[in-house]
Design a protein around this ligand. Structure first.
Ligand SMILES: Nc1ncnc2c1ncn2[C@@H]1O[C@H](COP(=O)(O)OP(=O)(O)OP(=O)(O)O)[C@@H](O)[C@H]1O
Ligand SMILES: [Mg+2]
Length: 261
């Protein structure tokens, strides 16, 4: 069973993040059921499973053992992918935020993202300097890695991204822009903190408008209060952010002053 057209695997029912997985074979099923006893016939069971893949049988119409087998089969691959995603995360996370672990809210968001990236709302984390916005954004990325999703993320401070995208002689920043704009998940840290020029305004608009139009999720952080953010980014960007994002307000003192870190 390789590469069938139009498979209808009920990943939500299996509690497996949607993705591209190797499908189970009849020997896989035998190995699962009988520890590799090749003599035992499981053709009927395997056919039921195939019929589920082809959309002829709902998950609820399969035997409990079939469902257990599918969970185990795909779950093994999720575990492997989770390991790879966490390795990638550990390689990217700055030392200071390496211990940023997700709370329930971050984990729930990551699970929604893994289940349907076009349906999850973006996040706008706001709060004063030092309250923990960047820490929180990294904790969301750890949660994404822990979810076992195959989806990929990018994290940039807005200032670094602008520096990266600024046109230079002989270099085509268009491809770079497109890669960032199309990221499965984009985290843009410190929005509104950079010097506002016409170029910054245009690139910010193009980026956010692209993600808005394509329903691609992002996590934005800013230390500007909403009214100032609106002034800083302009009406059109602010209006899109309002529609795209759930706003999370972080409150408290500057943790840097408290010697927390
Ligand atoms: N929940 C937390 N638990 C422990 N340490 C935290 C937590 N949140 C933030 N910190 C620490 O507090 C410091 C400030 O956090 P962070 O850099 O995330 O703040 P920020 O809101 O992004 O600030 P800025 O607006 O200046 O970018 C860092 O050293 C960070 O590791
Ligand atoms: Mg920050």
């Amino acid at each position: 069973m390789n590469q069938q057209p139009k498979l209808t695997i009920d990943f939500a029912g299996l509690e497996i993040p949607p993705g591209n997985y190797a499908l189970p074979t009849l020997p896989d099923l035998r190995a699962y059921a009988f520890g590799g006893d090749g003599e035992r016939a499981l053709d009927d069971d395997y056919q039921r499973i195939e019929r589920h893949f082809m959309g002829d049988l709902a998950l609820s119409e399969l035997e409990a053992d079939d469902v257990r087998f599918l969970r185990a089969h795909f779950g093994e691959q999720v575990t492997e992918q989770r390991g790879q995603a966490l390795d990638y995360f550990e390689a990217k996370v700055p030392r200071r935020f390496a211990a940023a672990h997700p709370d329930e809210q971050a984990t729930a968001w990551a699970e929604q993202f893994a289940a349907d990236r076009h349906a999850v709302k973006s996040l706008l984390l706001i709060g004063p300097t030092g309250v923990g916005k960047t820490h929180c954004a990294w904790s969301v990325l750890r949660a994404v890695a822990e979810s076992g999703t195959q989806l990929r993320w990018q994290m940039h401070t807005a200032a670094d991204l602008y520096a990266h995208l600024r046109p230079r002689d002989g270099e085509d920043s268009h491809n770079t822009f497109q890669r960032v704009a199309d990221a499965h998940l984009l985290v843009l840290d410190d929005l509104g903190a950079s010097k506002w020029t016409e170029w910054v305004e245009e690139i910010t608009y193009r980026l956010i408008n692209h993600r808005y139009e394509e329903c691609l999720p992002s996590v934005f952080t800013s230390n500007l209060p909403p009214a100032k953010l609106r002034d800083a980014l302009g009406e059109r960007v602010a209006s899109r952010l309002t529609e795209m994002c759930d706003r999370i307000v972080l409150k408290g003192d500057d943790r840097r002053k408290g010697g927390v870190a």
